[in-house]
Design a protein around this ligand. Structure first.
Ligand code: IVH
Length: 680
């Protein structure tokens, strides 16, 4: 039955009631469809209800509420994700790789710690370990208010808009006893079905496909535009509480049951067992079922069921003692190695890559695998024409594990390391002490391409819109030869680009322009100096304050900077002595690429104070602590001396703590440190 707008209003003069009714119906059908896999109405009937609600809301906008199903994709794109601090840190889990480890690392350890033998009190919850991304959801008075990624466990990113697009997740909790505050953790994932559809679409559009469902889920969750996320049907299963006010639970089992009654999606495959052997059996059972599940799991998680016992056991080194992740063995398949390709990276390293007869390993087609380097290839005696065993473990690039030598027929051919670069023909060298074979050509197209990709990447200049495809077109049209050329581009240059309208071109130019004033650390990282990763680049930025200072430095001076050893120092000096690099840097300067100097907070509350962190920190990460101290004007240094003001000691702190005691330096526990930060 087709409803016109007029019918709707006439039939329901009391629009407010009808709107409420429609919302309840739609949420009910969402649950039936997404959580119970038992739809009661057809897609078109669902769409009909949805359209009716949209029409009513259009007519009476005052009736729109935050939890209306029409508001799942409400938000406008954001420029950046806001940081969100987790109420309770999000921990990770220790791994077990086989049943012996499950018994030893979980059961035996727990019984020892609690001084328990077999006891009816000690039951376990067994859960599939979803291979996705951990998030935290906050429900206030039943309403979903904030959703954030795990981040470093202490602070994550605000992805509320994107999480709201998950149709199986209630925007409002229903049922009895909904608490005032519920923080709940879960895993966002993509079903295999959705993953395949997304990749199909990407291939049709000439976009690179995602390597696995986890990467696709991560890419979708971190979209700045929620409309893109909405087009990627993410799912979620909830599995752990954070802070809760207004409800108590005695066990994980009870918690999951109650959460499910409030409408939250909980994996129906969870099971309570009464001893570790039950958990071992579950692990094997799940490994056997793994290929038939509609989503990826990479193991099981076993948790002590009782929350009281969980509290008694506590945690150590950022992982709880009351739970363990039991990982499945990696999945392997046999196939033919058809060819060995050579790939040239940003720094000229030439890597052998196996071209394989495409083989499916649990839902993902593998046609390439890394062979790492020629030493490994020789050690495994890998030849073209071999039958090989290929392994796909988690999100790592597939690798060739071994050759099935019994299948050889004598026609197989070994490939020696190249004498010259396959891309530019320049001589290759093998530097003493390194396994890598390296192209020395300054204008090698592969190196240029990879260095531009690196320059534009997220941790570097973060130039949105300058993806692989655009870079490849810029290079093939001869518009760009060095990273400096990027800043000369105009709108006209993009005229003949595939799939690049005026709007995209304008956005890209704006992003390039914005990147001119990026942070100095990012800029140093973006230059692609060998051995200089993100962390080192940040240290250099802080120590030198400007690129001009860094350019003039010496090996001796560099080695006095924290974390910088002789090899890195030499590499930096060599980089800046190279005339080509100098020319590019000077051009960048001319185009206004002028990174800001990270000015330390002067006169901050901790100005001039030196901190040393030692031992295992469980309440926060070192990065978090460093940032907090630096934001307040303090310094974090590596070793304890008379100049140290505070030593923050985590668990199992050793010699630094002893030295601090000897020197009479103030020693803080983790909580005391947090208090110090909070003082006004
Ligand atoms: S519990 C302290 N339960 O695995 C408890 N985690 O390796 C922390 N994961 O970061 C998590 N399924 O992203 C838990 N049923 C499950 C899980 C699960 C997947 C992920 C989660 C966590 C990682 C730890």
């Amino acid at each position: 039955m087709q409803l016109s707008l007029l019918d709707t209003v006439e039939q329901h003069p009391n629009a407010a009631n009808r709107v409420k009714e429609l919302r309840l119906q739609l949420e009910h059908h969402n649950r039936q469809y997404y959580q119970r896999d038992a739809p009661e109405i057809s897609d078109s009937e669902y769409d009909e209800l949805f359209r009716e609600l949209t029409a009513l809301e259009d007519q009476c906008p005052e009736l729109i509420t935050q939890d209306s199903p029409t508001q799942r994709v409400g938000g406008a794109p954001v420029a950046r994700f806001r940081a969100v601090a987790h109420g309770v840190p999000m921990l990770s889990l220790e791994n077990a790789f086989n049943e012996e480890e499950i018994r030893a690392k979980l059961d035996a350890r727990i019984k020892k710690e609690l001084g328990l033998a077999d006891s009816p009190l000690l039951t376990y919850m067994c859960e599939p370990k979803m291979d996705g991304l951990a998030v935290e959801l906050v429900y206030e008075q039943g309403l979903l208010t904030v959703a954030s990624t795990r981040g470093d466990g202490v602070t994550g990113e605000d992805v509320t808009q994107n999480i709201r697009t998950i149709r199986g997740l209630p925007l409002r909790l229903t049922g009895e006893g909904v608490p005032g505050l519920l923080e709940i953790r879960g895993e966002v994932y993509l079903s295999l079905d959705a993953f395949q559809k997304i990749n199909q679409g990407r291939e049709e559009n000439g976009e690179p496909s995602f390597a696995n469902p986890r990467n696709a889920a991560a890419g979708s969750l971190r979209q700045l535009d929620p409309r893109i996320t909405a087009s990627r049907p993410l799912s979620i299963y909830c599995y752990a509480p954070g802070r809760v006010e207004g409800a108590t639970f005695s066990s994980q089992y009870e918690f999951l049951n109650v959460a499910s009654r409030w409408g939250l999606p909980v994996n129906p495959m969870v099971r309570r067992v009464d001893c570790v052997e039950g958990a071992v059996a579950y692990y094997h059972e799940m490994n056997g079922m793994r290929e038939s599940l509609p989503y990826e799991i990479d193991g099981t998680v076993i948790k002590v069921d009782s929350f009281q016992l969980q509290r008694e056991l506590g945690e150590k080194s950022r992982a709880p003692l009351w739970a363990i992740a039991c990982k499945f063995p990696p999945r392997q398949a046999e196939t033919q190695l058809e060819n060995i390709l050579l790939s040239v990276g940003r720094t000229g390293v030439i890597t052998p890559v196996a071209q394989l007869k495409p083989v499916e390993i649990s839902g993902v087609t593998v046609s390439r695998a890394t062979l790492h380097n020629w030493d490994e290839m020789a050690a495994k005696d890998i030849r073209i024409g071999d039958t090989v065993v290929v392994e796909r473990a988690g999100d790592v690039i597939p690798a060739v594990v071994r050759v099935v030598t019994e299948r050889r027929n004598g026609s197989e051919r070994a490939v020696p390391p190249p004498q010259s670069c396959p891309e530019c023909g320049s001589a290759v060298v093998r530097i003493a002490g390194e396994v890598a074979v390296r192209c020395m050509g300054i204008s090698c197209p592969s190196q240029i391409r990879e260095s531009i990709k690196h320059f534009a990447s997220r941790g570097a200049m973060d130039i949105e819109g300058l993806g692989d495809k655009v870079i490849e077109q810029l290079l093939s049209l001869g518009l760009v030869r060095t990273v400096a050329d990027l800043y000369r581009l105009t709108k006209d240059d993009f005229m003949c680009f595939e799939r690049m309208g005026d709007k995209l071109a304008a956005n890209l130019l704006a992003a390039l322009n914005a990147s001119k004033s990026c942070d100095l650390g990012r800029y140093i990282f973006a230059l692609g100096i060998r051995h200089v990763g993100e962390r080192t680049a940040k240290s250099l930025a802080q120590a030198y304050g400007s690129l001009a200072n860094l350019e003039k430095t010496t090996v001796e001076e560099l080695t006095s900077v924290r974390d910088i050893g002789a090899t890195v120092a030499q590499s930096i000096v060599t980089f800046f002595n190279n005339q080509n690099n100098q020319a590019v840097i000077n051009q960048l300067r001319e185009y206004g690429v002028d990174p800001t100097v990270v000015v330390k907070t002067v006169g901050g509350r901790l100005s001039g104070r030196n901190f040393v962190f030692t031992g295992t920190l469980t309440r926060f990460t070192r990065d978090f602590a460093r940032k907090q101290v630096e934001d307040l004007g303090g310094n974090v240094v590596g070793s304890v001396s008379r100049k140290t003001d505070y030593v923050v000691a985590g668990e199992e702190a050793g010699s630094k703590l002893l030295k601090a005691r000897e020197l009479g330096i103030t020693i803080l526990g983790e909580d005391e440190f947090l208090n110090l930060l909070e003082q006004q």
